[in-house]
Design a protein around this ligand. Structure first.
Ligand SMILES: NCCCNCCCCCC(O)(O)C(F)(F)F
Ligand SMILES: [Zn+2]
Length: 667
């Protein structure tokens, strides 16, 4: 299934008709520049073009009041003076004779997108719209927004398509208060927003944008606010919040549909956000949401005012929706202290609503935050004097790297009698390994089970890894007689000279704690075995008391440990090893394969034991990029696993900064 793209130049046909410094950044070129970039890069041709339509009155009234709609309806016939007068009753927004028409098209575009995804016409999609929507409220326009496109889309998805749970992820740098108000007492719509806040000093300056607004009544816990109290947030800050807050909660919520308030003023260069995250971060943020709701994801444009970073960010988002390999995120750093404080505060208030966060450390107690406020004030005084005048427009960042689709998406290395799953290319050619390697392989305990000559298997493995390195092949799966020996061979003999760092994810028990001291390999092993004592910086055994069948524990390990570690380690190859008898469920297994694509440009090699071929189908499906089926609604985790995991994370965070979720007590 494809990716929908909704755009119509009609939505560029309104603009600011008078002087208003607060609104001058919202220009028609935002839309045309974004669309032209998609055309120039060839991405628009790869999408399914879906036309917008006007939202009907009834659809607009799903969120807005009659009196508000009646008022907006009058604007096309107003004189310039009347328009100005009408605008004065709202904040940081402007009206134009054609904005009502465009606002109906923007809302209608979001509905067209929901229809296309919910009916299965496409898997996912993006709507490039103006005016944006997430600030507009039931009876008020605000922050360039007239109708709340995404809020209307959420209500519409429930009413028309029977969606029971809708997740709204708002990565725009402003708080979508309009969305929060709309759903704050509604447990069927989970609203997540991060936003520049600066302790209420940043627009819209609302007390209720802080992390302690968690929703009301039966909606408590279904509103998640992550305030950024400083500018300059980077990729690592954004990824930490996704791994340690949004994704665990989103997986527990188990939505039927994901809507994204896709604002790109959270990217570097934007005059509003003043953040430092690069456009390729949106490739990863999109990817991390794509295995929810069976892949049903609708991204609707909100903000974004630096035309260069906006266009790049839109392209990164659409290219990921299309399933292209992800860019490698360069040198992630530790989340900054301010981000850690926000992270800790959010997790501490949300832990009482989400069992998956139950073991989160307690809140950044008042003294910590008071201390930070004192620190911040001191910083402020200092900073004000040395305020560097360089505007956001002069910020420079590297053009996002090309993300080339390999000629072969997925390959397989199988015993001659094993059937090759549809869509996979069977590797038969075996590269001549040369005498040295052959002798080493022969020396390995290669007691073969039906495999005439272990060397054949390994030469094909070698070929597969070589072709991943040259990007001729995206990913692959190998059925081998002896997985442990295969891992040893791949890592010790093949992997090392082919790729610099290999992330080995082992599911199930097996002795895999090779000499990993040199950092060439990071082994994360998820099993029912407690190997705590063998732990080292590069060998991280995660013990799930109930074994790998414990979905909640597994998800906690994936988001709390595996993904942050993987981002920080930044491997050139991912080796996913499935030990026989691991007990991991097929859905979880597919989710894991889907999520691991975020690393090494998608170069994942799955190793399975020949007699474990039963899950070859789900493995192939995930490797080919089909979205993983939703995990059964996650049950309450076993108390001991969550606690053990938190303790392990705290111990490891000295070595691995991306594991941090609390302000370091030292500072
Ligand atoms: N320095 C100018 C002050 C501007 N203050 C209002 C900011 C509105 C932001 C709108 C947005 O970006 O959130 C949306 F997505 F809705 F477009
Ligand atoms: Zn914004």
């Amino acid at each position: 299934m494809g990716t929908a793209l909704i755009y119509d130049e009609e939505m560029t046909k309104y603009k600011l008709l008078w002087v208003d410094p607060a609104c001058k950044i919202e220009v028609p070129e935002r839309l045309s520049v974004s669309y032209e970039a998609l055309v120039r890069t060839g991405l628009s041709d790869r999408c399914v073009s879906v036309p917008p339509r006007e939202a009907s009155d009834a659809e607009i009234l799903l969120v807005h009041s009659e009196e508000y709609l009646e008022g907006v309806k009058k604007t096309p016939h107003m004189t310039l003076e009347d328009l100005k007068e009408f605008t004065l009753q709202y904040g940081d927004v402007y009206f134009h004779p054609n904005i009502y028409h465009c606002a109906k098209l923007a809302a209608g575009s979001a509905l067209q997108l929901v229809d296309s995804v919910m009916t299965g016409k496409v898997r996912n999609g993006m709507a490039l719209v103006r005016p944006p929507g997430h600030h507009s409220m039931r009876s008020a326009a605000s922050g360039f927004c007239v109708f709340n496109n995404v809020a209307i889309a959420a209500r519409y998805a429930k009413q028309k398509h029977g969606a029971e749970r809708v997740l709204i992820v708002d990565w725009d740098i402003h708080h979508g208060q309009g969305v929060q108000y709309c759903f704050e007492d509604d447990p069927s719509v989970l609203y997540f927003s991060w936003h520049r806040y600066e302790r209420q000093k940043f627009w819209p300056n609302l007390r209720e944008s802080d992390y302690d607004s968690v929703g009301k009544g039966s909606g408590a816990g279904f509103n998640v606010n992550v305030p950024w109290n400083e500018v300059g947030m980077e990729n690592s800050d954004y990824l930490s919040v996704f791994c340690h807050v949004l994704l665990p909660v989103a997986y527990e919520f188990c939505p039927d549909l994901v809507l994204v308030c896709a604002g790109f003023d959270s990217a570097i260069g934007d005059p509003e956000g003043e953040m430092c995250a690069t456009p390729d971060i949106f490739a990863h943020l999109t990817h991390l949401l794509m295995n929810l709701a069976g892949g049903k994801l609708c991204a609707v444009l909100e903000g974004g005012y630096n035309l260069t970073s906006l266009a790049q960010s839109v392209c990164q988002t659409v290219q990921t929706l299309l399933g292209d390999p992800l860019p490698q995120l360069a040198n992630l750093r530790s989340p900054c202290e301010s981000a850690l404080e926000s992270l800790q505060c959010v997790r501490s208030v949300q832990r009482r609503y989400w069992s998956i966060l139950k073991h989160a450390a307690d809140s950044a107690t008042t003294d910590v935050s008071n201390k930070r406020i004192k620190l911040a004030k001191a910083e402020e005084e200092k900073a004000e004097t040395a305020e560097d005048e360089r505007s956001q427009e002069e910020k420079v960042w590297p053009e996002p790297a090309e993300r080339l689709r390999p000629p072969v998406c997925s390959a397989s290395v199988l015993p001659d009698d094993a059937a090759c799953p549809d869509g996979l290319k069977r590797l038969v050619s075996s590269k001549d390994l040369g005498p040295l390697l052959v002798s080493r392989i022969r020396n390995r305990s290669m007691e073969d089970a039906g495999d005439a000559d272990g060397v054949a298997t390994f030469s094909r493995l070698y070929t597969l890894i070589e072709k991943m390195r040259t990007n001729e092949i995206g990913n692959g799966v190998a059925l081998v007689p002896d997985v442990a020996a295969a891992v040893e061979c791949v890592v010790q003999d093949l992997g090392s000279d082919l790729v610099s760092r290999v992330l080995v994810v082992c599911v199930g028990k097996e002795e895999l704690n090779y000499a990993t001291a040199d950092g060439k390999m990071l082994v994360v092993q998820i099993s029912g075995e407690d190997k705590e004592e063998q732990k080292g910086k590069y060998y991280i055994p995660v013990c799930l008391k109930k074994g790998c069948g414990d979905t909640v524990g597994f998800i906690q390990a994936v988001f709390g440990l595996l993904l942050p570690l993987g981002y920080e380690y930044d491997p050139g190859l991912v080796l996913l090893v499935r030990m026989p008898g691991s007990g991991v469920g097929d859905c979880m297994w597919q989710q894991l394969i889907g999520l691991l694509k975020g690393f090494a440009k998608g170069h994942t090699l799955v190793l399975m034991q020949t007699n474990d071929g039963a899950c070859m189908g789900p493995t192939a499906s995930a490797l080919l990029g089909h979205p993983a089926p939703p995990l059964q609604e996650l049950l309450t985790p076993l108390p001991d696993d969550g606690g053990a995991l938190e303790r392990m994370r705290e111990r490891l965070q000295a070595d691995w900064k991306m594991l941090q979720t609390t302000v370091s007590s030292g500072n």
